[in-house]
Design a protein around this ligand. Structure first.
Ligand SMILES: Cc1cc2nc3c(=O)[nH]c(=O)nc-3n(C[C@H](O)[C@H](O)[C@H](O)COP(=O)(O)OP(=O)(O)OC[C@H]3O[C@@H](n4cnc5c(N)ncnc54)[C@H](O)[C@@H]3O)c2cc1C
Length: 386
C-alpha cells in the first residue's frame, strides 16, 4: 500500500450525518478524515432541496423525542457558532385521518419530555389556517416549537466548522471498501488507501455499493418534491406552518412558500427503488411526479395548486422497518454504521453526529442509539463480512 496515512477516525460519506460527525470528532481533538464521493452539500444524495421538517413529538419511542430535542439544541448551537440562520421555528401542523393513523401513541413520550403540542379538530384547523381544507373527522397535532431546517446550509455550516477544528476533507473521492489490516482499519478509495483506528460509515443511499465489506439492509428510493405557486396571503411563510398530512390516499409533507418560492410538497410513502450506479430520472420523467403532488394540494391546500415553479429529485434510504440503523459493524470492530434514515433523519443529524463522535471516542454506545441496533435484522448481522 503506498501513500498510506494514519487518522484516528475516517468518516465515509460526509453528508448530513457524516459532516456533523466530522465536526464533533474534530472538536474532541480526534485526527479526522472525511471522504465523500461528491463535494457536499451536493444534489446527488438525500440532503438537497431544502428545507427539512424538524418535529419533536415523535412516534417510535422516547429515544426519538430525546434525540430530536438534543438535535434542536445543537442546531441552535450551530447557528450561534456560525452566525447563520439555519432553523425557522414556523410551527408544524400534522393532520391525519384517524381511521388511517391516530396521533395518540405520540403523546406519552412527548409529555414525559415536556414537549409542547396541541390537539386540534378540523374546525379549529380551518379557523387558524384558512388555506387548509380538512375533512370533518380528521384530527390535527400542532407543535408550536417545531419548524424547518435549511439542510444544505446546515451541511455547509458543519463543513466549515469541521475544517476549522482541523478535520481534513477529501471530496470527489469514492470509497470502494473497508478492511482490517495489522490491528487497524484500511479504507480503499479511488485515490488510494487510508488507515485509521476507527471508521464511521454514513453512506446514505449508497450503502449497497460498499458490499461485501458493509452489507446492511438499506434500499434507496427515488423521491420527488415540487414547489407550486400559491396565494401568499394564505400560504406564505409566517402564515402557514410546516405540515404533514396523511389519509387513505397516502402521506405528504410540506412547507409554506418561503420568500415567494412556492409551497413545497413531497410524498412520504411510495417511490421507485434506485440502485447505486443507476441513472436517477429527473423530475417530470414520470407523469405522476407532478400529478400526484398536485392532487394532494387540490384536496387539502386548494389555493396552493398553482403553476409548478420547480421540481427536484432526492433519495430516501429505507431500512426494512423505517427506523434508523446505527451500530457497530458485526465483524469489523471499530467500524460504526449509520444509515437507513428512511426519509426522516435530517432533523437528527446534529445529534446523531454528536452521538457517533461520543461512541467513537468512548467505545461505548450512547443509550439512545441502542434501539437502532442491527440485531433486529438477524440476516444482516450474518451477512456483513469484513
Ligand atoms: C425529498 C426528501 C425530503 C426529506 N424530508 C425530510 C424532513 O422533512 N425531515 C427530516 O428530518 N428528514 C427528511 N428527509 C430525510 C433526510 O434528508 C435524510 O434522512 C438524511 O439527509 C440522510 O442523511 P445521510 O447522511 O444518511 O445521507 P446524505 O446526506 O445523502 O449523505 C451521504 C453521503 O455519503 C456519500 N457517499 C456515499 N457513498 C460513498 C462512497 N462510497 N464513498 C464516498 N462517499 C460516499 C454521498 O456522496 C453523500 O454525501 C428527506 C429526504 C428527502 C430525499
Amino acid at each position: 500500500m503506498s501513500g498510506i496515512s494514519a487518522y484516528d477516525v475516517i468518516v465515509v460519506g460526509a453528508g448530513s450525518m457524516g459532516m456533523s460527525a466530522g465536526y464533533h470528532l474534530a472538536a474532541r481533538g480526534l485526527r479526522t478524515l472525511l471522504i465523500d464521493a461528491f463535494d457536499p452539500p451536493h444534489t446527488g444524495g438525500s440532503h438537497h432541496g431544502e428545507p427539512r421538517l424538524i418535529r419533536h413529538v415523535y412516534h417510535g419511542g422516547g429515544h426519538y423525542v430525546r434525540l430530536a430535542l438534543r438535535a434542536d439544541a445543537l442546531w441552535r448551537e450551530l447557528e450561534s457558532l456560525t452566525g447563520q440562520r439555519l432553523l425557522e421555528r414556523s410551527g408544524v401542523l400534522n393532520v391525519s385521518d384517524p381511521c388511517a393513523y391516530a396521533f395518540d401513541g405520540r403523546f406519552a413520550d412527548a409529555d414525559r419530555e415536556g414537549v409542547l403540542y396541541e390537539s386540534l379538530d378540523a374546525a379549529e384547523i380551518a379557523r387558524r389556517w384558512p388555506g387548509w381544507r380538512v375533512p370533518a373527522h380528521y384530527r390535527g397535532l400542532y407543535e408550536p416549537d417545531a419548524g424547518y431546517l435549511f439542510s444544505e446550509r446546515c451541511v455547509a455550516a458543519y463543513r466549515s466548522l469541521a475544517l476549522a477544528e482541523g478535520a481534513e476533507l477529501l471530496t470527489d473521492t469514492a470509497v470502494l471498501g473497508i478492511g482490517a489490516q495489522g490491528g487497524g482499519l484500511t479504507v480503499s478509495t479511488s485515490r488510494g488507501d487510508y488507515a485509521a483506528g476507527r471508521v464511521i460509515v454514513s453512506a446514505g443511499a449508497w450503502f449497497k455499493s460498499l458490499a461485501p465489506s458493509v452489507d446492511i439492509p438499506v434500499q434507496a428510493v427515488r423521491k420527488v418534491v415540487g414547489w407550486f405557486e400559491a396565494d401568499e396571503r394564505l400560504y406564505g411563510a409566517g402564515r402557514l406552518p410546516g405540515f404533514t398530512f396523511g389519509g387513505p390516499g397516502g402521506g405528504y409533507y410540506g412547507f409554506p412558500s418561503i420568500d415567494g418560492a412556492g409551497v413545497k410538497i413531497g410524498r412520504h410513502d411510495g417511490g421507485r427503488p434506485w440502485q447505486p450506479g443507476e441513472r436517477l430520472e429527473p423530475f417530470g420523467a414520470y407523469p405522476e411526479d407532478e400529478s400526484d403532488l398536485r392532487a394532494a394540494l387540490r384536496e387539502f391546500l386548494p389555493g396552493a395548486d398553482g403553476r409548478l415553479v420547480r421540481g427536484a429529485v432526492c433519495k430516501y434510504e429505507l431500512s426494512p422497518d423505517e427506523q434508523f440503523i446505527v451500530d457497530e459493524h458485526p465483524s469489523l470492530p471499530g467500524v460504526l454504521l449509520a444509515g437507513g434514515f428512511s426519509g426522516h433523519g435530517f432533523k437528527f443529524a446534529s445529534a446523531i453526529g454528536e452521538a457517533l463522535a461520543e461512541w467513537t471516542a468512548s467505545g461505548t454506545p450512547p443509550a439512545d442509539l441502542l434501539p437502532f441496533s442491527l440485531s433486529r435484522f438477524p440476516s444482516a448481522t450474518a451477512a456483513s463480512t469484513p
